[in-house]
Ligand binder design. Structure first.
Ligand SMILES: C[S@@+](CC[C@H](N)C(=O)[O-])C[C@H]1O[C@@H](n2cnc3c(N)ncnc32)[C@H](O)[C@@H]1O
Length: 296
């Protein structure tokens, strides 16, 4: 536990019993956009093997968060991201949500006839009815009267695993399903890391403390570090030895540090000054849902 194994994720999952994984957060290769030291084979057949194993291995009610984007070849997006989401649906998963990971600071660059590419998909897939949903809340100025309906909805659906019913206060609402993060700035030898805050937000939302997080395509270990910091156990696999070694080293550094417990924190953040790797926050409650939410 709490390590990144240097192996093919399909081989790893073959060693697991049915319905044994609590939660998956991952980002697979995006078509053939990156070479990953020329040690990776990736195509739709390989994806299907991964998906088949993931669906076999996750527990009922568990969630897979699949962060992905399309390659554009000859002015034509591959559409692979949606093919993958639809394949998961064919396997029986519910596509709970198609969320957007928007980059506050996308790569500069000009392509004729194209607006600047600035987002990736976050597919939220679940085996049956979702077991854990701890919503991130943001402050709102909306008045109570316009919130009655929303409260009713969240009272019915915002039940946590501890059985508490929760709802936003009049001054708060669920975060939109577009998440904005500043990207880059992480000095690691890996071409495609996602922001640590994205990993924390997804892990926080779809797991409870003590659950195990699995990232089949661990890369630099972002998911594993985020999971550890949120007091979840974590396991990762990466087929490239250099990445697995680096990810284990990064995780070891975090594990040797003393964890600072989360405090309720309210941050106001200027959109243009989002620190690297961080989510854009308006005024937002971080990771203290019990205090932030009214119990009903
Ligand atoms: C998009 S990157 C993941 C990056 C990661 N989210 C991070 O923040 O560092 C995809 C990773 O999948 C790995 N990979 C590709 N095929 C694999 C397979 N069959 N089994 C395990 N890892 C694989 C690649 O080596 C690469 O590091």
């Amino acid at each position: 536990m709490n390590k990144i194994l240097n192996m093919d994720c399909i081989d790893y999952m073959h060693s697991l019993p049915d319905e044994s994984i609590d939660f998956v957060l991952t980002s697979p290769p995006y078509d053939t956009m990156r070479l990953y030291k020329r040690k990776v084979t990736w195509n739709f057949d390989k994806f299907k093997e991964v998906a088949n194993q993931l669906v076999r291995c996750i527990k009922p009610g568990s969630t897979i968060v699949w962060v992905v984007g399309d390659e554009t070849i000859d002015h034509n997006e591959t559409g692979t991201s949606f093919r993958q989401a639809l394949y998961f649906k064919e396997l029986g998963l519910n596509l709970y949500d198609t969320m957007i990971f928007e980059k506050v600071n996308p790569l500069p660059g000009f392509k004729p006839s194209l607006y600047r590419q600035c987002f990736e998909y976050i597919f939220v897939l679940c085996k049956g009815k979702m077991r854990v949903f701890n919503p991130i809340l943001v402050d709102t100025t909306t008045k109570m009267t316009t919130y009655r309906k929303a409260n009713k909805w969240s009272m019915e659906n915002g039940r946590t695993t501890s059985g508490e019913r929760k709802r936003p206060t009049p001054a708060q609402r669920f975060h939109n399903n577009i998440f904005r993060y500043n990207v880059g700035g992480v000095k690691v030898d890996h071409p495609a890391t996602f922001p640590i805050q994205l990993a924390k937000d997804m892990i926080y939302t779809y797991t409870e403390v003590g659950m195990t997080v699995y990232d089949p395509f661990a890369g630099s270990g972002t998911t594993n570090i985020a999971a550890y910091e949120l007091e979840r156990d974590c396991i990762g696999t990466d087929v490239v030895e250099e990445y697995a070694t680096m990810a284990n080293k990064r995780l070891a550094v975090i594990m040797n540090q003393q964890l600072i417990p989360f405090d309720k924190e309210t941050i106001t953040c200027d959109v243009d000054k989002v620190p690297n790797g961080q989510r854009e926050l308006h005024t937002c409650c971080l990771y203290e849902p019990n205090e932030a939410l009214e119990l009903v």
